[in-house]
Design a protein around this ligand. Structure first.
Ligand code: FE
Ligand code: FE
Ligand code: ZN
Length: 296
């Protein structure tokens, strides 16, 4: 059974318990949450996250807590030229890692950062410096920080495998780092996910090392390879396509790695129950979007 699910919400009074129930409603075997709104840094106190309730519930339905992934908010930037803002990012990420550990999750996905001043080597140094501080602040924890492969929109760092490797090489405790491999982002960054996934992974293995991959984001793309755009599309409806994504999902080298869909809602409705069914059945449904649109 592949470990696959989607990002789910964590909100209201029941917080993490709501996330697990939402994942269950999609028949998912993995899930990803933001600990609050991804576009801000307001967060609830740890004792309000309903962690014990969520863990009990996971046990009752046989959901493996190792397949829970946390995603850090994307507004913090470890490469911000402002020293004050970098310090804020370090302290916020430190707290996020404590929350992740409190939730019994073992990894948090992070967008490495953005080279605001366009000086990429400097940005990479700041990111690594920030990571070293965060790791030092959370020495007693084993949560991994999963650096995400980025599409290269704007001045995003992490568009190439080489950049990810540069960051990793500057971090002391490498066992606290891993990589989140996003299919839409790597395709948009110019890697041939469609025609030569094996070749791309061979390249990744040479530059970074496949053992670093701790989670995949499985998304189709609204744009052509190399567009540097980062606009996700539903599975099978974009430029990557159903067959290529299925090949990633069932690739023998990565069967054990949790996989998370971050595909767009259709008419304000979550597509995940249907998309996951289409993945399980290994049959593409060209009517999927219409079916979800008409759901009541
Ligand atoms: Fe992300
Ligand atoms: Fe992603
Ligand atoms: Zn994205």
């Amino acid at each position: 059974m592949v470990k696959i699910g989607s990002h789910v919400s964590m909100s209201g009074d029941d917080m993490f318990l709501v996330s697990v129930k939402e994942a269950q409603s999609y028949q998912a075997t993995a899930l990803m949450v933001y600990t609050g709104a991804p576009q801000n840094t307001r967060r609830k106190a740890m004792d309000q996250l309903k962690v014990d309730e969520a863990l009990d519930y996971m046990q009752s339905i046989g959901f493996d807590p190792n397949n829970v992934v946390v995603h850090a908010p994307y507004i913090m930037n470890l490469a911000n030229p402002s020293e004050e803002k970098r310090a804020f990012a370090v302290s916020f990420l430190t707290e996020e890692i404590k929350r992740t550990a409190h939730m019994n999750a073992n990894q948090i996905v992070l967008h490495p950062g953005s080279a605001v001043g366009k000086d990429r080597p400097q940005a990479i140094k700041w990111i690594a410096e920030g990571l070293n501080q965060v790791i030092d602040n959370t020495k007693d924890l084993s949560v991994k920080i999963a650096l995400e492969t980025m599409a290269g929109k704007g001045n995003e760092v992490g568009k190439t495998f080489e950049e990810l490797n540069e960051i990793i090489s500057l971090v002391d405790e490498k066992n606290r780092l891993s990589v989140c491999f996003d299919t839409c982002h790597t395709h948009d960054a110019g890697y041939d996910i469609v025609g030569d996934f094996d070749g791309v992974m061979k390249h990744f293995d040479q530059v970074v090392g496949n053992q670093y991959i701790s989670v995949f984001h499985i998304n189709d793309s609204k744009n052509e390879k190399g567009a540097s755009k980062d606009r996700h599309e539903n599975i099978g409806f974009g430029y990557i396509g159903y067959e290529a994504l299925l090949k990633v999902i069932y690739h023998k080298d990565f069967l054990d790695i949790p996989k998370i869909l971050e595909t767009p809602y259709i008419n304000d409705k979550a597509p995940y129950l249907e998309e996951l069914a289409m993945i399980r059945d290994k049959t593409f449904d060209p009517q999927l979007k219409e079916k979800i649109e008409q759901k009541v």
